[in-house]
Design a protein around this ligand. Structure first.
Ligand code: C2E
Ligand code: MG
Ligand code: MG
Ligand code: MG
Length: 285
């Protein structure tokens, strides 16, 4: 046996270890190193209001800039970061970066811009979550109402009682909450009624075949109607075409996010988009 130290745990390489395990271990070690070397960056995707055509917020999306492999998307490393606990320091870094950047945009005159940050279930259940978030807001001097935390519907529904308590604390502190990937989890409508959230983000899978697939149109219409009755705002994710956007607008969806308006961009590339929207005579969307 050959042991190799990686952080506080020892991992053993065995001859019979399969390729998948070796690859995973390699990824874990690289992830740990990337965190120490600050190889992460955030891209921001605009969220557009249907009514005004303006960018009301941005979603922060983490990327790993690996010196050898280039840009690595979160789908590749977030699950492992969650399993290993590395999501806690990484998530804290993401939150701090996103808040600091948004404060900078405010100082550049885009005073109403909100930022949405994804929280994994592991972060959601960390004991000092509220304190950590509040400390970052104070340090970056961003008002809590400009921060929205995104939690997936499935993460929240795994333990609704606890979720309601944690979400209430965050909302009492002035932070906004969004239910991400809505519609694919197993949400009991009874809980949705009780959940202290501000908006739902309809999962991309329901948008993809709109408006051709009439079942998807019906589902999205039902979600929008229900959400509005519960006084929640609705954002559609993954909007790629004009036809999808038009259908969502006529259904009464409040906001959208997707390649049809913009891909996630570097912070510097957001400013022209923000300016374009500010000077838009009317509905740009
Ligand atoms: P999500 O929160 O549902 O984010 C939306 C994903 O859809 C992003 O993928 C975004 O780039 C992509 N997207 C946006 N518009 C379109 C479109 O029009 N078409 C298509 N096909 N895709 C679109 P990304 O950046 O690869 O992130 C994937 C997931 O990784 C996110 O899903 C989120 O669950 C997770 N994630 C990203 N950043 C973080 C983070 O900082 N912390 C945590 N815990 N999770 C994160
Ligand atoms: Mg999200
Ligand atoms: Mg989503
Ligand atoms: Mg998603």
């Amino acid at each position: 046996y050959q042991a190799k130290e990686s952080g506080e745990t020892y991992q053993f390489y065995r001859p019979e270890m399969n390729a998948a395990t070796a690859k995973r271990l390699n990824l874990e070690n690289r992830l740990r190193r990337a965190l120490e070397r600050h190889e992460f960056t955030l891209a921001y995707q605009p969220q557009v209001d249907f009514r005004s055509g303006r960018i009301t917020g941005v979603e922060a999306l983490v990327r790993w800039l690996d010196p050898e492999e280039g840009v690595i998307l979160p789908g590749t490393f977030i699950p492992l970061a969650e399993e290993t606990g590395l999501i806690l320091p990484l998530g804290r870094w993401v939150l701090e970066q996103a808040c600091a950047q948004t404060k900078r945009w405010h100082e550049q005159g885009f005073k109403h811009l909100k930022v949405a940050v994804n929280l994994s279930m592991v972060q959601f259940h960390q004991k000092d979550l509220l304190e950590m978030v509040q400390e970052i807001l104070q340090r970056t001097r961003l008002e809590p109402r400009f921060l929205e935390l995104e939690l997936t519907e499935s993460a929240v529904m795994r333990n609704p009682g606890t979720a309601i308590r944690i979400l209430s604390e965050l909302r009492d502190a002035g932070i906004q909450i969004a239910l991400d990937d809505f519609g694919i989890g197993h949400s009991s409508l009874n809980y949705l009624k009780q959940l202290p959230v501000d908006r739902v983000k309809i999962d991309r899978s329901f948008i993809r075949n709109m408006p051709v697939d009439s079942a998807d149109v019906a589902i999205v219409t039902a979600i929008v109607t229900l959400a509005h009755h519960l006084r929640l705002r609705v954002l559609a994710e993954g909007v790629e075409t004009d036809a999808q956007r038009d259908a969502l607008r006529s259904i009464g969806c409040d906001e959208y996010q997707g390649y049809v308006f913009s891909r996630p961009v570097d912070p510097g590339d957001l400013v022209p988009l923000l300016q374009q929207c500010l000077h838009a005579p009317r509905d740009l969307s």
